[in-house]
Design a protein around this ligand. Structure first.
Ligand SMILES: Nc1ncnc2c1ncn2[C@@H]1O[C@H](COP(=O)(O)OP(=O)(O)OP(=O)(O)O)[C@@H](O)[C@H]1O
Ligand SMILES: [Mg+2]
Length: 161
């Protein structure tokens, strides 16, 4: 088994088994706030995949490549509609849409990841959550997945060259 160190960030570490096309996400911060449970619950709702293993990692398949100006899909209106519709159908607010949490799959479809801070649409954001959640891409009037999605895509589109 060859595990590649795919990512080491402020909140998690991700190992990738290229042969099996499987990722293991180890959340390293805010576990007490239930981020692993939310990530597993919503990943399952959206992709019918993702299980919590005994070592505390969330195991799931790779969903695509990081979004860049080069692989940005051409039909963005359709992509935005698809993602907002999927969120509405699941009664989900992602709350943390930003460029890093968008991937592009082999069919050049946008895929939303990182559901650590997702809530039900009628759920209040818990007061214990970090105040800078969604920072940079959060709407001027508070959390808005549509605002964050459009702002993320504008940001990536502006990174040409
Ligand atoms: N299912 C997946 N398929 C492909 N790549 C993924 C997948 N999940 C995560 N990644 C890659 O790993 C990166 C980090 O994952 P994720 O967004 O879930 O963690 P994070 O909690 O934001 O990490 P941190 O805040 O520590 O940077 C993503 O930006 C993406 O490039
Ligand atoms: Mg992320």
């Amino acid at each position: 088994m060859t595990l590649e160190h795919l990512h080491e960030g402020e909140h998690s570490k991700i190992l990738y088994d290229k042969k099996k096309n499987i990722l293991r996400k180890y959340p390293t911060r805010h576990l007490e706030l239930g981020v692993l449970y939310r990530e597993a619950y919503w990943t399952w709702q959206f992709y019918l995949g993702g299980v919590i293993d005994r070592d505390g990692s969330l195991v799931r398949s790779s969903l695509g490549e990081p979004l860049t100006a080069e692989n940005l899909p051409g039909n963005l209106d359709v992509q935005i509609y698809r993602i907002l519709l999927a969120l509405a159908e699941k009664n989900c607010r992602h709350n943390n849409i930003q460029p890093d949490n968008l991937l592009v799959d082999r069919k050049r479809q946008l895929k939303l990841i990182d559901f650590a801070w997702a809530t039900w649409t009628d759920e209040e954001i818990p007061s214990t959550w970090p105040s800078d959640l969604g920072s940079g891409f959060k709407g001027p009037d508070g959390f808005s997945d549509e605002y964050s999605l459009r702002a993320s895509l504008d940001c990536v589109a502006g990174q040409v060259g």
